[in-house]
Design a protein around this ligand. Structure first.
Ligand code: URA
Length: 214
């Protein structure tokens, strides 16, 4: 199955109760289907539900600025959410909704094959790390999974609600840029015709460093 076919198959998804709780549409995800960097948020909000695209409201505007600060553009990356339908009144996702929708996120990741997955906020981080760990403890660090690296970040909406987190978020995007720079091949070493996304090369550190939750 291709990413497009998966999106089509979920167009009128009825697999969880959110289908009947006032969503306008399923918000599958947008961006470069061959991205080496993917961002994963929590769930669509009002604007995303209206437009059918993740991160198009206030948090999305802030995310665009933060991406630019890390020299990333939205056409280069892919953005999706853990939950593809807006929960009523933007309430937190419920565990049955996460369980139902997570396999679709995992299929997206398998199809896009990003090298780096930046999780935005607690929901995405805990869902992909499969651990109930607070975002402030794990943010801006690389977690080497079998097929990709997870780089958790604060959710931009948290910085909009709590202004004091904005500087931290900006600092963390600087760390993301440093990580990307450290793992990007210099342009001369890349194939002249290769798209920029293929120049990211992340090798796991030595095994001792991999015990990240120890
Ligand atoms: N917050 C999210 O987690 N995802 C969106 O798409 C928008 C806001």
């Amino acid at each position: 199955m291709t990413l497009q076919e998966l999106a089509k198959s979920l167009h009128n998804c009825q697999q969880c109760k959110l289908a009947k709780l006032g969503r306008t549409q399923v918000v599958f995800g947008v961006g470069n289907p061959h991205a080496s960097v993917m961002f994963v948020g929590e769930a669509p909000g009002f604007n995303e539900d209206q437009k059918g695209e993740p991160f198009v409201g206030a948090a999305g505007k802030l995310l665009n600025d933060l991406l630019a600060s890390a020299h990333l553009s939205r056409d280069q990356i892919y953005i999706a959410n853990v939950i593809k339908c807006r929960p009523p009144n933007n309430r937190d996702p419920e565990s049955d909704e996460v369980e139902t929708c997570k396999p679709f996120l995992m299929q997206q990741i398998q199809m896009i094959r990003p090298k780096l997955v930046c999780t935005l906020g607690n929901w995405a981080t805990q869902t992909l790390l499969e651990r109930k760990v607070g975002i402030t403890k794990v943010k801006a660090q690389a977690f080497y999974m079998k097929d990709f690296v997870i780089f958790p970040l604060l959710h931009p909406a948290a910085a909009l609600h709590q202004g004091n987190l904005l500087d931290t978020l900006k600092e963390d995007f600087k760390k993301l840029k440093e990580f990307l720079d450290r793992h990007s091949q210099p342009p001369a070493a890349a194939e002249p015709s290769a798209p920029s996304e293929s120049t990211l090369n992340i090798e796991p550190p030595n095994p001792a460093q991999m015990d990240l939750f120890g």
